[in-house]
Write a protein of this length. Sequence first.
Length: 152
Amino acid sequence: MRTIAFVFLAGAALVTACNSSSTNKQQEDSLKKAEAQEGAACYRKVVGKDTFLLQLIVEKDKANGVLDYNFFEKDKNTGLIDGSISDNILRATYHFQSEGQNSDRPVVFKVMNDQVYEALADSIDTNGVPVFNADNSRLKFELQPYNKVDCK
């Protein structure tokens, strides 16, 4: 009788272990899908008559590309970004030209599947440069995402 009970318990433990392994695999697959994909991707956001474009190239933990802010009836900011990506958070320097002036400023994005969310600065320093929280979990992001589009 003890042998039958032992075999039954061992079988139940094996089934439970296999099912939890399957569940863990599904969770890992979901997380991988949410991670930034290596390679090139383009994202666009339209707000009213303003258009924003991010062309991003991700290689391991490095990212670079082109970022354009095209504000309707205002000067366009166009430039390059380069930085690093970790846990879906891209922290980069935006090297751009606006009104004939070359400038640099930090930018932060959260890359999730086919969408990218731009972070909101916590403050602006005395030089007018945005300051972002160093703790990724405390970052705040714009509600409207950039959506993935075909690169041109």
